[in-house]
Structures are given as structure tokens and as C-alpha cells.
Design a protein around this ligand. Structure first.
Ligand code: PBG
Length: 326
């Protein structure tokens, strides 16, 4: 193999045109998904303190925000709901007139081309803040499946384009697929939060979504951050149950997992650039310690290089604007 001085790696780095020709990884607006929080009973948009620039939206003003996002060329939003009423079994999660079900209908009526993805999980709807129903102090797997499937069904019936279960109960992808198919919704894809780790990076989200567990933590159902082989088993199981898109979450501290999943399977992979990743960059940029635009583009390019096809990110509107400027 030739080496220096025959080989000079710097030859193809001389100017932007040359660098463009040899660039291996591209970040495009059509790969971005923007999360939105919709709060029942809210009058005015409410900024999330730990996530500057991110709002909880009242239903009435959601249309305006979705139009702005659509205008930037972002193809999809991911919806999270904050109900007024919470109870032990998360009843509002599968109420056909619930906050998310109403939000879906509004978005699809006003902006039909916008892809609406919905988070399917009980934690924002239960009084205890856990992702399933509780018995004897622990989250019940099989009993939660029926409720999650019902939740996904009401979302799909309201017009959701994709349902995305994030609860980490075993068997939920299969349960949701079965229920959707039974109700004539065999065309609705499932984006499975397959490898979702029990992460400290979700802290700001729990403020945004009002979903912090009231006792204990989520380690008995979300994955141990130390395990990558186990993530592949989760991925295999979700594929077997009918997942159309698999997800790795969080993204930055788990890029090796994204890569291993990419090498393992041919399904589209989503990566979730979560709230804590957003908050850290925002805080450092606010202090003038880093160049926000440069860091965000580098992080998202890194996530793509690791193997993600699409990225869920709170930076989506900024990135869409920056990509236009480039
Ligand atoms: C619901 C859910 C969470 C996130 C997405 N869906 C929080 C959690 O599991 O505690 C986190 C998203 C983020 O941090 O941006 N289960």
C-alpha cells in the first residue's frame, strides 16, 4: 500500500468543493423529526425552563407552530401530551377525545402533509408517572400492553401517520400491531423505541412533559446504559414483532449502539437526540463557551455517521434554517 510522500491526505481537503466531493455523510432536512409538547388547558405557550426555545403549546395555538415547522421543510413532528387529569391507569392516554387525539385531528386538518408521529407511553398520563400500570409497587407488563395498544389505536384512528411506543414493556410492538391490524389499520407503521436506555439525559424532558416518576425510577423496564448486546436483542425482538423503524435513545452517549444496530439489520434507524443533550448545548452556548451552530451540526452529523437514517431533535427548526443557508 502506498504511503507518504506518494499519499497526501490533505490533497482532497484543500477547498470546500473538493471536501464536498469526498464527503461521506450528509445531513438533510428530510431526515429530521421535531418533538412538540401539547398541554391541555393551557392559555399561552409556556417555555420549558431547562430547554430554552422549547414550548409547551396550547391546543389552540398548535396550528401556527406546525405551519412554521412545515414552512422550514421539516417533514415530521413527534407529539407528547400533557393531560389535565392523571389517574392510576392513565385513562386520558386512550381517551378518543384526549389532548393528543385532538391535536392529531387538528394538525391533519390544517397541515395534511405534515407527518404526525405520536409517542405511545403512559408516563405523562399516570398519577405515579410510570410507563405502565402499578401493582404491589411494580410496573405490570402484560396488563399495560392492553392499554398501550388502545392508546396507539386511538392515535391511529385520529389520523396519526406513525405510532411510536416508548414504554419499554415486553411485547408491546406485537400487541400494538395486532390491535391496529384488527381495526383495519394495517397500513400504520410502528416506530419502536427499541433500545431505550434508563438515562439521566431525560431530565429536562420530564419537566417539559410533567412525567417524572413519583417513586423509584425506570431501571426495571428501560435498559442498563452498560449493555449494547442486550440492545441488539431488543432490536431483534421488535423486528420479529413487526416494527417498521427501530430507535436508539439517547443518541450521543450511544453512538456505538447505533452503529451496531446499523451493521446488524436493514431496517430504518431513528436516533433520539434527547432533552439533556439539547439542554447541555444550549447552556454552554448561552455562556459563550461553544459555537452552538457548529456543535449542533457536528453532533447530528456524528449521529448520521454512526448509522441513523433519521434524527429526532429539538434543534430541528434551527438546523433546517442553517441547512438552507449553507
Ligand atoms: C416517555 C418518554 C421519555 C422521553 C421520550 N418519551 C421520558 C422517559 O422515558 O422518562 C425522553 C425524551 C427526551 O428526553 O427528550 N416514556
Amino acid at each position: 500500500m502506498a504511503s507518504f510522500p506518494i499519499v497526501r491526505m490533505r490533497r482532497t481537503r484543500q477547498n470546500e468543493k473538493l471536501r464536498g466531493l469526498v464527503r461521506e455523510t450528509h445531513l438533510n432536512v428530510e431526515q429530521l423529526i421535531y418533538p412538540l409538547f401539547i398541554a391541555e388547558g393551557l392559555k399561552e405557550p409556556n417555555e420549558v425552563a431547562s430547554m430554552p426555545g422549547i414550548m409547551q403549546w396550547p391546543l389552540e395555538q398548535l396550528g401556527r407552530e406546525v405551519e412554521r415547522v412545515a414552512g422550514l421543510g421539516i417533514p415530521a413532528v413527534l407529539l407528547f401530551g400533557l393531560p389535565e387529569q392523571k389517574d392510576e391507569v392513565g385513562s386520558e392516554a386512550y381517551n378518543p377525545q384526549g389532548i393528543i387525539q385532538q391535536a392529531i385531528r387538528r394538525i391533519k386538518a390544517a397541515t395534511p402533509d405534515m407527518l404526525v408521529i405520536t409517542d405511545v407511553c403512559l408516563c405523562e398520563y399516570t398519577s405515579h408517572g410510570h410507563c405502565g400500570v402499578i401493582k404491589n409497587g411494580s410496573v405490570q407488563n402484560d396488563e399495560s400492553l392492553t392499554l398501550l395498544a388502545q392508546m396507539a389505536l386511538t392515535h391511529a384512528e385520529a389520523g396519526a401517520d406513525i405510532v411510536a411506543p416508548s414504554d419499554m414493556m415486553d411485547g408491546r410492538v406485537g400487541a400494538i400491531r395486532h390491535t391496529l391490524d384488527e381495526h383495519g389499520l394495517s397500513g400504520t407503521p410502528i416506530m419502536a423505541y427499541s433500545a431505550k436506555f434508563a438515562s439521566g439525559f431525560y431530565g429536562p424532558f420530564r419537566e417539559a412533559a410533567g412525567s417524572a416518576p413519583q417513586f423509584g425510577d425506570r431501571r426495571a423496564y428501560q435498559m442498563d446504559p452498560a449493555n449494547a448486546r442486550e440492545a441488539l436483542r431488543e432490536i431483534d425482538l421488535d423486528i420479529a414483532e413487526g416494527a417498521d423503524i427501530v430507535m436508539v435513545k439517547p443518541a450521543m452517549a450511544y453512538m456505538d449502539v447505533i452503529r451496531r444496530v446499523r451493521d446488524r439489520c436493514d431496517l430504518p434507524i431513528a436516533a433520539y437526540n434527547v432533552s439533556g443533550e439539547y439542554a447541555m448545548i444550549k447552556a454552554a452556548a448561552h455562556n459563550g463557551w461553544i459555537d452552538e451552530r457548529r456543535i449542533v451540526m457536528e453532533v447530528l452529523t456524528g449521529i448520521r455517521r454512526a448509522g441513523a437514517d433519521m434524527i429526532i431533535t429539538y434543534f430541528a427548526p434551527d438546523v433546517a434554517r442553517w441547512l438552507k443557508e449553507e
